[in-house]
Design a binder for this molecule. Structure first.
Ligand code: ATP
Ligand code: MG
Length: 558
């Protein structure tokens, strides 16, 4: 992990001011509070890096707290995946905690509020509650049950807990102010009846706390100092504070920051779950998914995600980050660690007519030409027939074309200089092979007389080529708007990119047949590739393209 401190944000300023004033006795204690209703995505990575990063920077602690208050949507599989992903990102929590561990305490505190006349049992239906709530321009109306006596409320609430009422028949509400300009203060619901079995508490409870009732109180129990959340919760802050003040308990400080929105993808767990359930992707770890498990499977390193989080910083206003910025950072991260090798994705055969038929010329080539401290080499064979990329040959090239074209000398990287002398075509006029001659005095790639060529292209010997499955990825959505593209989920399915995955069989230089699963390479001129950790085996590699070498969103310049 990098030792450079992350750039300072307004949250850092707040924490430093609080350390200076001593309001939290000089402590910094953050938490990362995922709901285990799906896998973590790159947006969560921003929150993780922020919460764990602050604690690390100021010598504090971070809890991993599962916000497991909605048993109908939560699963153990998600809890396990979340833990794996946080660790993979490079962070270790000080305590693993569950909001469900506080169900008894929350219940006892609800009794305290009822006892103070600050909570009541309501019989209105969900729809009626919404209707009575009013709007931004209209005050709400009091429920006819708002003035029940403390005794009646205690009795009804106990019976709610005992399972005497059906789902939806009753709720517990805070008794605040139905005319408050802050809608969240118009008697928000604290408990609803859910006759669902909970992964951790089983059938012990049939009333479950709402987010608002559970969250701040959990923060208080854990003596969190800074409760950092996304901007949508800004107008929940008055309620967060009201509960803690009414209970007269320790109060953390809630701070909101702008969530990460990325172009060309979706980040709501609900929408991602739909893509998984309907088979639009192969699973939560499909390399096209913005999930941490998808990015990991694709070949992105945690270093890149941490660098991305530092780079985008923390702001108070929502914005959408272009996906190309993320790719840029992934590319930067891999540039210095990935050994270079050659792979031809779309092969065209080249016959070097003056190269002896039964001869192999071997070259020892650096794996890490870009890194002088690493000396590992690979053996690269040149034979009479080689593959080049179809795109690297033009019969009638545009001006300033530096690759292979009749009469123009180019370099086969690391091997020799060669000139195109002819083209083989089938009866339909399709090119089937290129004929060339090579300069025997240029072995290794440079002419003996020092003459220069403008183009260097990659290639693979036909005799030694290894076939490999290659998976190329494109953005998940065609629409740039991504997440902010309205809430209509059918829009989401309609804007899925039909070309988000291309599978091809490529020709690799022979050393790559030995690639270890989960190893990374730069395939020269084609991008960064990752031997799929599940499908690749030594001898039969399968590679995922992590990212191309240039910005695929910018206009392509050839
Ligand atoms: P989603 O809408 O994707 O389900 P969520 O906010 O419901 O997200 P939680 O599991 O409740 O997901 O989130 C855990 C933490 O991660 C919260 O503190 C939340 O604010 C933060 N978080 C979630 N999405 C983002 C995002 N896109 N950018 C930054 N932080 C995020
Ligand atoms: Mg949520």
């Amino acid at each position: 992990m990098t030792d450079n401190p992350a750039p300072k944000s307004f949250i850092h300023e707040i924490v430093e001011a609080d350390l200076a004033s001593g309001i939290f006795e000089g402590r910094v204690h953050t938490r990362f509070p995922p709901e285990p209703n799906g896998y973590l995505h790159i947006g969560h990575a921003k929150s993780i890096c922020l919460n764990f990063g602050l604690a690390k920077q100021y010598g504090g602690k971070t809890n991993l707290r599962f916000d497991d208050t909605n048993p109908t949507k939560e699963e153990q599989e998600y809890i396990d995946a979340i833990k794996e992903d946080v660790r993979w990102l490079g962070f270790e929590w000080d305590a693993e905690l569950y909001a469900s561990d506080y169900f008894q305490q929350l219940y006892d505190w609800a009794l305290v509020l009822i006892g103070k006349g600050l909570a009541y049992v309501d019989d209105l239906t969900q729809d009626q509650i919404r209707e009575y709530r009013g709007s931004l321009t209209q005050p709400g109306r009091n429920s006819p049950h708002r003035d029940r006596s403390i005794e009646e409320n205690l009795n009804l609430f106990e019976r709610m807990k005992a399972g005497e009422f059906d789902e939806g028949a009753k709720v517990l509400r805070a008794r605040i102010d139905m005319a408050s300009p802050i809608i969240n203060l118009r008697d928000p619901v604290m408990y609803r009846i859910l006759k669902a079995s909970h992964p951790r508490t089983g059938d012990a409870w049939c009333i479950y706390p709402t987010y608002d009732w559970a969250h701040g109180q959990s923060d208080s129990i854990e003596r969190i100092t800074h409760s950092i959340c996304t901007l949508e919760f800004e107008n929940h802050r008055p309620l967060y504070e009201w509960f803690l003040q009414s209970l007269e308990v320790y109060a953390p400080k809630q701070i909101e920051f702008a969530r990460l929105n990325l172009s060309h993808t979706v980040m709501s767990k609900r929408k991602l779950l739909r893509l998984v359930n309907e088979g639009h992707v192969s699973g939560w770890d499909d390399p096209r998914m913005p999930t941490l498990s998808g990015l990991r499977r694709r070949g992105v390193r945690p270093e890149a995600l941490r660098a991305f989080a530092d780079r985008i910083g923390v702001a108070k206003a929502n914005s959408t980050i272009d996906y190309s910025l993320f790719e840029h950072i992934v590319r930067d991260d891999l540039e210095n660690i990935a050994p270079r090798a050659m792979a031809v994705l779309n092969p065209l055969k080249v016959i070097i007519e003056n190269f002896p038929e039964d001869k192999t010329e071997w070259f020892d080539v650096d794996f890490y030409r870009h890194d002088e401290t690493r000396e590992e080499t690979r053996r690269l064979p040149l034979t009479r027939e080689v593959y080049i990329e179809r795109e690297d040959f033009e019969e009638s090239p545009p001006p300033k074309y530096h690759r292979l074209t009749p009469g123009q000398e180019v370099r086969l990287m690391h091997a020799c200089l060669t000139t195109c002398t002819g083209i083989d075509k089938d009866i339909a006029g399709n090119i089937t092979a290129i004929r060339c001659t090579y300069d025997p005095d240029s072995l290794g790639g440079n002419a003996a007389d020092g003459r220069k060529v403008k183009g260097s292209i990659h290639w693979v010997s036909v005799d030694y080529a290894v076939d490999a499955e290659i998976r190329l990825y494109n953005s998940l959505l065609t629409s740039e708007a991504g997440e902010t593209d309205g809430e209509d989920e059918d829009d989401l399915i309609a804007s899925l990119n039909p070309d988000s995955l291309t599978v091809l069989t490529a020709k690799l230089e022979p050393t790559l047949s030995q690639a270890a699963p989960a190893s990374r390479y730069q395939f020269m001129r084609n991008g960064y590739f990752f031997a799929d950790p599940q499908d690749s085996v030594v001898g039969k590699p399968v590679f995922n393209r992590v990212v191309g070498l240039k910005d695929s969103w910018a206009k392509q310049h050839k």
